[in-house]
Ligand binder design. Structure first.
Ligand SMILES: Cc1cc2nc3c(=O)[nH]c(=O)nc-3n(C[C@H](O)[C@H](O)[C@H](O)COP(=O)(O)O)c2cc1C
Length: 194
């Protein structure tokens, strides 16, 4: 299957460090690799309400819900690019992930079967210099990938506070050069690790 990357941008500001770092990594993708970039702030999903047990879900046919569902289903490689907000994903990113719970119940979508075996990646900028504080964000993405039977490529982290700072994080820029060259592993929950 030809690789097709979907970059889901979860910052609440445009041109921020997370997007800059994601674009550094994306610049290394082989020529011709399909890339789609969707900024969640420009395409706001409805606030998620849990209707899983109350009503039938209907596949969205227009608006941000349809755009994001169709793009998510079409991607071989899904890149969640979220800044670190309170040690986890941003609220825009979390809202997108919450919609997965509705899409899992939407007839005719086969969300889980479609995403199974596909690749999930993360990119995140954070102000803290000790990257271990981003473990909750990494765990959120890795566990979500494991739940859906996806492969997980890990999270590319970069340091910065104000927009542009990450371009001074030379270690992150070096990691960005080879980030997407790695082979994602089947995602596992921590309790499944040997
Ligand atoms: C609401 C909010 C929460 C944040 N929480 C954290 C945090 O928990 N740890 C951290 O290191 N930086 C935190 N930051 C700083 C951002 O991660 C940092 O500024 C990052 O570069 C923002 O990425 P962006 O430019 O892509 O938006 C927070 C920033 C905001 C606005």
């Amino acid at each position: 299957m030809t690789r097709s990357f979907l970059f889901v941008l979860g910052s609440t500001r445009s041109g921020g460090n997370t997007e800059l770092l994601a674009r550094e990594a994306a610049a290394q993708l082989p020529p011709g690799t399909r890339q789609q970039w969707i900024d969640l702030a420009e395409h706001p999903l409805r606030d998620f309400a849990d209707l899983r047990h109350d009503s039938d879900h209907v596949r969205p046919t227009e608006g941000p819900e349809a755009l994001l569902l169709d793009a998510t289903l079409a991607a071989t490689d899904l890149v969640i690019a979220s800044p670190l907000y309170w040690y986890s994903v941003s609220w825009l990113t979390k809202r997108y992930l919450d919609h997965w719970s509705g899409w899992l119940r939407t007839p005719g979508v086969d969300f889980k079967a479609t995403l199974a075996g596909r690749n999930l990646w993360g990119v995140s900028a954070l102000a803290h210099t000790e990257e271990v504080v981003a473990d909750p964000l990494t765990g959120t993405l890795r566990n979500s990938a494991a739940y859906l039977g996806m492969r997980f490529g890990g999270v590319l982290l970069g340091n910065g506070s104000k927009p542009g700072d990450v371009l001074a994080d030379t270690a992150a820029l070096t990691r960005a050069k080879t980030f997407f060259a790695r082979e994602p592993e089947p995602a596992r929950f921590a309790y499944q690790e040997a």
